[in-house]
Design a protein around this ligand. Structure first.
Ligand code: HAM
Length: 444
């Protein structure tokens, strides 16, 4: 019988290490100060502006996004992570959350709540795009949606909120681009005009734009290729094709922005990559937009037809989403200092078995008293433990050795001066609190 060669086991030493998928990233501990800084601020904005938190699921029926975002968009055509689930049919990892929020508004009968309904969310989104700088397949957004009101002041409030967020995180260089896409009626007339213009220039278009001309002509205005940019400059502008209602709505929005002293740039070529928008659209760009780079930090607008399109009542709405990764990357590029995570208050060191047990119990007590203690219970050497305490820059170390266990005491060591004080073990928390309060200039 021929010998069968044993297959090399995957987990043999030397086997290739498992990697993250392309476009997916670990968010490592060193990055977390940025994440918690942004998240805390986002939550405080949500609270301050009166938004309630909603957490829609990450997996949704594929049809939701095809209907909401549009079958002819890049996101739906090429970028969805979709699969067929037994029993549930075609499902997708959400590429964005606005469609889910509109779905949730219908699912939970939010039309019967006092209007408008203001919802805030935070979470991962998934788009199967070609990964590059600033473009990942899993990225995070937080967003604000106001559902159930059509007045232009809502659009202005959303824009102001996003603008104020970027101001408050200390990003000095960003630009706010605004435009109106009109309602489906005026847009239809405009798209006809745009199509006529581009048809006459068809041979000058890039290959992608030739396709866009046939499928989704508005997207022609979004092409980043220099040859198409040149054609774009001469293209008809939607602003000239808005009907009176849409024009008045837009005038009101920019009037509010002026009153709020918010600087913005009117950009007649801003079209956005999702089909659900009506009237106001906007994006936040970093001041320096690199050629061809994926750069919008945030985007949003009004989407008056979406809820009805998904089977609900005719309900106007507007909102915005902020991209977390791109925002963090801007903070880094602009060398913005962010608040550091708080350092532990104290280091708890122990030597010997009995001391270890006592230290474990004390650690729990400290935690319950809201005193943040660092430790390394796995180490027995006092020298190593104090070195770690130094590295963590704690002001005090608590030291429990055999002698202290026998005497019912503990040492409180001032890490800066090296002075050690013997304290009754039962009074550890009390004494420590006094010291920490003195340190922070608070009452003892
Ligand atoms: P969006 O413009 O597709 O809008 O995405 C909003 C933000 O998400 C972008 O400005 C960007 O910062 C970030 N983003 C998008 N794709 C990626 C990617 N592949 N990698 C990294 N970051 C990315 C929406 O999603 C709409 N739902 C916004 C909205 C809310 N409109 C109304 N309400």
């Amino acid at each position: 019988m021929p010998k069968v060669k044993a297959k090399k086991e995957k987990n043999q030493p030397g086997a290739k290490a498992v990697q993250t998928l392309r476009g997916f990233k670990d968010i490592l501990p060193a990055e977390q100060p940025y994440w918690s800084y942004i998240r805390k601020l986002a939550e405080s904005f949500a609270k301050g502006y009166g938004f309630s938190v909603i957490e829609p699921p990450i997996l949704e029926e594929a049809g939701l996004f095809a209907r909401a975002i549009g079958k002819q968009t890049d996101i739906v055509e090429k970028e969805m992570f979709s699969f067929v689930d037994q029993g549930e049919g075609a499902v997708v990892l959400r590429p964005e959350a606005t469609a889910s929020i509109a779905r949730a508004y219908i699912t939970h009968g939010m039309v019967s709540l006092p209007q408008p309904v203001k919802l805030y969310y935070w979470g991962p989104m998934f788009r199967r795009e070609r990964p590059q700088s600033g473009r990942q397949r899993q990225f995070h957004q937080f967003g604000f949606e106001i559902l159930g009101d059509s007045s232009p002041v809502i659009d202005a409030q959303i824009i102001a909120l996003v603008h104020n967020f970027y101001q408050q995180i200390g990003l000095e260089q960003f630009s706010l681009q605004v435009n109106s896409l009109g309602c489906p009626n005026c847009r239809q007339i405009y798209v006809k005009e745009l199509t006529n213009y581009y048809r006459s220039k068809r041979r000058l278009l890039c290959e992608d734009c030739k396709q866009r001309l046939a499928k989704n002509p508005l997207r022609l205005l979004d092409c980043k290729k220099p040859s198409c940019q040149f054609l774009k400059a001469e293209a008809p502008q939607i602003i000239d094709w808005l009907d009176d209602d849409c024009k008045n709505h837009f005038m009101k929005v920019v009037e509010y922005l002026d009153e709020l002293n918010i600087s913005y740039k009117l950009n007649p070529q801003l079209v956005r990559g999702l089909d659900y928008y009506t009237r106001t659209v906007f994006e936040v760009w970093p001041k320096e937009v690199k050629e061809g780079a994926q750069s919008a930090l945030a985007g949003g607008g009004r989407y008056d037809g979406l809820i009805e399109l998904l089977g609900g009542r005719d309900t106007p709405a507007a909102g915005a989403a902020i991209g977390v990764e791109r925002t963090i990357s801007q903070l880094k590029q602009q060398e913005k200092q962010i608040p550091l995570e708080t350092a532990p208050d104290v280091f708890l060191a122990q030597i010997g078995d009995q001391a270890k047990i006592k230290a474990l119990l004390l650690f729990e007590q400290l935690r319950q008293e809201d005193i943040q203690a660092a430790e390394n219970f796995a180490k027995d050497s006092l020298k190593i433990q104090l070195e770690l305490a130094n590295k963590l820059k704690v002001k005090y170390a608590l030291i429990l050795g055999q002698k202290e266990v026998m005497d019912g005491t503990i040492l409180i060591r001032d890490m800066e001066s090296g002075v050690q004080e013997v304290v009754d073990f039962k009074k550890t928390v009390l004494e420590l609190k006094k010291k920490l309060a003195r340190l922070n200039g608070g009452a003892v």
